[in-house]
Ligand binder design. Structure first.
Ligand code: GDP
Ligand code: K
Ligand code: MG
Length: 303
């Protein structure tokens, strides 16, 4: 580890929990910018993502994890679970995220993976959705009996005050050491990766609940061109991979309207994110059964 710099703290914080409890929303709020895509659909997050935030003397390095999959043992799910295990093995602090007032079998399975010794906070998220606040105190007490949590943080990832409070709580658990990243760095992920994530988010947003989570996005081309008129010019070609012909029709939409909309929104967001002029070309391909085929899962970049 880098030598200590007086006053500086730096450490890794894993954000862990079953699908849809608000992990990605929390990460984005902590980093202050959208790094991880969010959606109402479970299994939106497939990669370990590092978000970085440096505030005053402390550098917080966050890893968002895919929700732990408990139902289907496909190759894709096995790969997702390995990513989660890798993320929590060697961190300074774990934020175990659940929905406030609820603890299901899926939550219990995630919790059972934690090695003893790493301080773990119980983040009881979506507090804004809880109507019977009086029931939270006895629920927290029951949670205390399940696991030796270091602290309880009932909160809402959508509430700025709660996010501020969470920073203060997390800082105490990070070791005194020099920062690993520059003060203004937000992620160690490449722009190419952010491009595929952005297209994937728009894909899920505009197909609603119709499209299965197994659809994915592959970046075929990512080229930066010298340009006099513009600040930067980036040309991107991406393929949306779906499992069936009818899914392909779903993505393309009537007269290609939906695909056009996905492309326009993704391009606009990428232009802001990368501070560049972006050309984005989108394709849709059918590859049936890819989520069950281990070799293919690997070739799409899910290790
Ligand atoms: P993940 O699968 O755990 O990463 O969950 P996401 O961050 O993708 O969030 C799942 C859904 O919960 C999204 O629709 C979010 O907008 C929503 N959500 C996240 N945090 C909160 C919260 O504090 N309150 C409410 N009401 N909704 C939330
Ligand atoms: K989600
Ligand atoms: Mg997520």
């Amino acid at each position: 580890a880098p030598a200590a710099v007086p006053g500086q703290r730096c450490g890794v914080i894993a954000i862990v929990g079953k699908p849809n409890v608000g992990k990605s929303t929390l990460l984005n709020a902590l980093v202050g910018q959208k790094i991880s895509i969010t959606s109402r659909k479970a299994q939106t997050t497939r990669h370990r993502i590092t978000g970085i935030r440096t505030r005053e003397q402390t550098q917080f390095i966050f890893v968002d994890t895919p929700g732990f999959q408990t139902r289907h043992a496909t190759a894709l799910n096995k790969s997702l679970n390995k990513t989660v295990m890798g993320a929590i093995g060697d961190v300074d602090l774990i934020l175990f995220v659940v929905e406030a007032g609820s603890f299901t079998l899926a939550d219990a399975k995630v919790l059972s993976l934690f090695k003893p010794g790493i301080p773990t906070l119980l983040v009881a998220n979506k507090l804004d959705m809880v109507h019977r606040r009086a029931e939270i105190a006895p629920w927290l007490k029951s949670m205390q009996e399940r696991h030796p949590f270091a602290e309880f943080v009932p909160m809402s990832a959508k509430n700025k005050g709660d996010i501020e409070r969470l920073f203060g709580i997390c800082a105490k658990y990070l070791p005194e050491q020099a920062w690993w990243y520059a003060e203004d760095e937000l992620t160690d992920r490449s722009e190419k990766f952010l491009a595929s994530e952005t297209v994937r988010e728009k894909l899920f947003r505009f197909t609603g609940d119709e499209l299965p989570y197994t659809s994915t996005v592959v970046i075929d081309k990512f080229e930066e061109e010298a340009s006099k008129q513009h600040k930067r010019l980036v040309k991107i070609a991406a393929t949306i991979v779906v499992e069936r012909d009818n899914h392909k029709m779903m993505v393309i939409g009537d007269k290609g309207e939906r695909l056009k909309r996905i492309g326009t929104e993704a391009r606009q967001e990428l232009e802001k994110l990368m501070d560049a002029k972006v050309f984005l070309e989108l394709w849709v391909k059918v590859r049936s059964g890819w989520a069950d085929d281990e070799a293919r899962v690997r070739s799409f970049g899910y290790e």
